[in-house]
Design a protein around this ligand. Structure first.
Ligand SMILES: [Fe+2]
Ligand SMILES: [Fe+2]
Length: 326
């Protein structure tokens, strides 16, 4: 008996992926991420920010400004990614990839939790007035979050083609998460770990960083499977990275450009951050490139994108232990 090919796309459904022969492929990459995420659930409301409020009150005005600017970029960024991932969920349904759709629903939920966590932190330290001034001075930030990110994601609504999926994933997973957020976490860790301050925020960053490793791994996986299926699409990865490199670096340096060199609060070293961002980007690009010519069945279960993020994490941990000791 031959299996009937059924569709699960919205408005065209004539069957159900979960009822099909063989069931859901639990060892596929997205379902492994889904299971991992379920096991790592955390609740932002459980985090105690009492000491953070005291540490915040004890800062100098410049330090407080710098802290708010970084946290406001995160808060607005988490809200943006919560909203802007949703066209990708629909694109996976259009492609009949229910396992990816399942994983992306968890992914969206986690971004909403991240938004909640940063908002709770601002509330706890008493910053309840309008916070837009902390992001609007950074023109590159505004360009990425009000133009590049939504434009590339909502393009999937009209055309969820592999090309558009790559442009969306590079923008979302590799630039916004893989470069901007990752560099931001690194900055937070260094500020907090070296001074032993903001313990609540340290916990938030640890949980969020952990979630983000799965998000970025999914992005790498998605680009890999398209590049493995059509080698010409590697150029789309490269092209989108090039388009966003300058604004992405502008966001990183724009975070501290209000202060003269050598006077940046918390001794933030912008060159170190920029170098960190570029290194991660280059290596993630390498992981996508390694999928060129690969077998799609291998890509579907290959753990390389996950292993890469775990390796980055282990490197960061070593660096932060050294920073805390020094
Ligand atoms: Fe997030
Ligand atoms: Fe994320």
């Amino acid at each position: 008996m031959t299996a009937t090919k059924r569709t699960i796309e919205h408005g065209k459904r004539d069957g159900f992926a979960s009822l099909s022969g063989g069931g859901l492929k639990q060892d596929s990459f997205p379902l492994r991420l889904f299971a991992k995420g379920n096991a790592k659930h955390w609740n932002p409301a459980d985090i105690d920010f009492t000491q953070d409020a005291a540490d915040f009150a004890a800062m100098t005005d410049d330090e407080r400004w710098q802290c708010c600017a970084l946290a406001a970029q995160f808060l607005a960024g988490e809200e943006s990614v919560t909203q802007d991932l949703q066209p990708f969920v629909a694109a996976m349904a259009a492609e009949g990839r229910f396992a990816d759709e399942m994983y992306l629903t968890q992914f969206v939920f986690e971004e909403a939790k991240h938004t909640q966590a940063f908002r709770l932190w601002f509330d706890a330290v008493g910053m309840t007035s309008d916070l837009h001034e902390y992001i609007e001075h950074n023109e590159h930030y505004m360009e990425i979050f009000t133009e590049a990110l939504p434009e590339s994601l909502y393009a999937l609504g009209d055309d969820p083609s592999p090309r558009n999926q790559i442009r969306a994933s590079v923008t979302y997973n590799h630039i916004v998460e893989g470069t901007l957020a990752l560099t931001g976490y690194f900055a937070w860790h260094k500020i907090c770990a070296e001074r032993g301050i903001l313990p609540g925020l340290q916990q938030v960053i640890k949980h969020i960083g952990d979630d983000e490793r799965r998000h970025m791994a999914w992005g790498t996986f998605t680009c890999r499977r398209h590049v493995a299926a059509d080698d010409g699409l590697y150029d789309v990865v490269d092209e989108r990275m090039q388009e966003l490199m300058v604004p992405a670096m502008g966001v990183v340096t724009g975070t501290v450009d209000r202060f003269p060199e050598g006077r940046v609060p918390f001794d933030i070293d912008i060159n170190e951050l920029a170098e960190y961002a570029m290194d991660k980007l280059g290596r993630r690009l390498g992981a996508i490139e390694s999928a060129r010519g690969a077998d799609l069945f291998v890509i579907d279960v290959d753990a390389e994108p996950e292993a890469l993020e775990e390796q980055f994490h282990a490197e960061d941990q070593r660096e932060l232990v050294a920073a805390a000791a020094g």
